[in-house]
Ligand binder design. Structure first.
Ligand code: SAM
Length: 235
């Protein structure tokens, strides 16, 4: 992707997600994504000194959970939308091991080889240049460190495809194998993908613009979110 195209795409993302933040959707997404996040976190082991990046952190709900898991470590939330970051800072004003920075996945404002985990929830399909982003993730991870990308919009979950026409910004529609391939292009090893099922029952009387019916939402949750992961190899 050409540099000027990337700059334009990031500006569109910033404007759109600043609107989401102002409408309170950063906090709403925390409720919506909590179940799949819990499914992913349950299978992970954390050390108190871990250094964790939450990439595309939105209003910072996940970063707060991660900061509890690494009380002597450092958690950093990065997001392209400055209004998301402002709200995340406001929410976590007293947390010493947690900070939030405005930045892009394709140009992560952090030192080389710092983090041992990079986690990103419901953000990667918006990244204009995912290979560039994975190269950046590779750079900021320590050797042996792991990236995990958890997304609901992907090829194998057909119920999510309709979102692409409803979203105001461009998205990628890729399969689990495609996401692993992008990670491999950036140098990651041990790439794999799996599903995280959302176990919540569908609310009675459910209606929204994102699914045509309650039955569709149920099928979407049953198919689950895609978790793609990779490891920066040891030298
Ligand atoms: C659907 S929201 C999810 C936010 C949060 N992870 C959550 O689960 O609530 C997607 C977030 O990714 C951010 N984002 C999208 N593209 C980005 C990029 N290229 N670099 C950094 N952040 C990005 C958006 O600003 C937005 O806050």
């Amino acid at each position: 992707m050409k540099e000027e195209e990337l700059v334009e795409a990031e500006a569109r993302l910033r404007a759109e997600f600043n609107r989401w933040a102002e409408a309170g959707r950063g906090e709403e997404m925390g409720e919506e994504h909590a179940a799949i996040a819990a499914g992913m976190l349950a299978a992970m082991r954390f050390a108190p000194t871990d250094k964790i990046l939450d990439l595309g952190c939105g209003a910072g709900w996940l970063a707060g959970i991660l900061a509890d898991k690494a009380p002597q470590g450092q958690v950093v939330g990065v997001d392209v939308a400055d209004e998301m970051i402002r709200r995340a800072r406001q929410r976590h004003v007293d947390r010493e091991n947690l900070m939030f920075v405005v930045g892009e996945a394709e140009d992560i404002p952090w030192d080389d080889s710092f983090f041992n985990h990079v986690i990103s929830i419901e953000s990667a399909y918006y990244w204009p240049d995912p290979v560039k982003a994975f190269r950046e993730i590779f750079r900021v991870l320590q050797p042996g460190g792991e990236v995990r990308v958890l997304i609901n919009l992907y090829q194998e979950n057909v119920y999510s495809h309709q979102w692409r026409d409803k979203l105001a910004v461009a998205t990628h529609l890729l399969s689990g194998d495609d996401w692993c391939g992008l990670m491999a292009q950036a140098g990651f090893g041990d790439t794999r993908h799996s599903r995280i099922v959302d176990p919540r029952p569908v609310p009675v009387g459910y209606q929204s613009k994102w699914f045509k019916s309650a039955a569709e939402l149920g099928e979407f949750r049953r198919l689950g979110a895609l978790l793609a992961s990779g490891r920066r190899p040891q030298p």
